[in-house]
Unconditional design. Structure first.
Length: 104
């Protein structure tokens, strides 16, 4: 059974022979340390993962070299970590998230 079959069976709540392995995010430095590769798809293959989250390239309006606003009006900044820091968001209070469409 391959990774795709394991994931599909698990999603259908069927027996899958083994629990599918999946990474939500692959840090480049960690992938390089574990496998010697910077290519995320190569890292997935070498680690024998069944799945990985692939992030789309969202539209960004750069404010400077490290800071941008994305298409959902979320402000982020590169900090040197693998994920950019959140600076500001249209949803300032998580208790108001259900009103998000009204805030746009």
């Amino acid at each position: 059974m391959n990774g795709n079959e394991r994931i599909c069976r698990a999603l259908r709540r069927e027996t899958a022979g083994a629990v599918p392995t999946f990474e939500w995010f692959l840090d480049t430095a960690v992938g390089r340390t574990l496998t010697g590769s910077d290519d995320p798809l190569d890292v997935v293959e070498r680690l024998d993962l069944d799945g990985v989250n692939v992030r789309p390239d969202f539209r960004k309006a750069f404010q400077d070299e490290a800071t941008w606003i994305d298409e959902w009006q979320i402000h982020r900044q590169r900090t040197g970590d693998c994920l950019p820091a959140l600076l500001d968001s249209p949803i300032r209070d998580v208790r108001r998230q259900h009103r998000y469409p009204e805030l746009c």
